[in-house]
Design a protein around this ligand. Structure first.
Ligand SMILES: [Zn+2]
Length: 53
C-alpha cells in the first residue's frame, strides 16, 4: 500500500517500491502495483511524480 507522507500540512503518497512521491493516492498505488509486477517504473506513471523538497 502506498505510504502516506505529511509535509507542510499536505498529504502525499509514496510508492514503496521506487520512492516516487505523488499527490494522488490512486496514482501512487498504481505505480506500486506496476513496480512490483514489472520491477521497473512506467514513465506514464512516474511523469505524475512530484518533488516535495
Ligand atoms: Zn513506483
Amino acid at each position: 500500500m502506498a505510504k502516506e507522507i505529511k509535509k507542510s500540512g499536505k498529504k502525499y503518497f509514496e510508492c514503496e517500491e521506487c520512492s516516487f512521491i505523488y499527490k494522488d493516492r490512486k496514482i501512487a498505488k498504481k505505480c506500486e502495483d506496476y513496480c512490483r509486477k514489472h520491477h521497473a517504473c512506467s514513465i506514464d506513471i512516474t511523469k505524475h511524480a512530484i518533488k516535495i523538497n
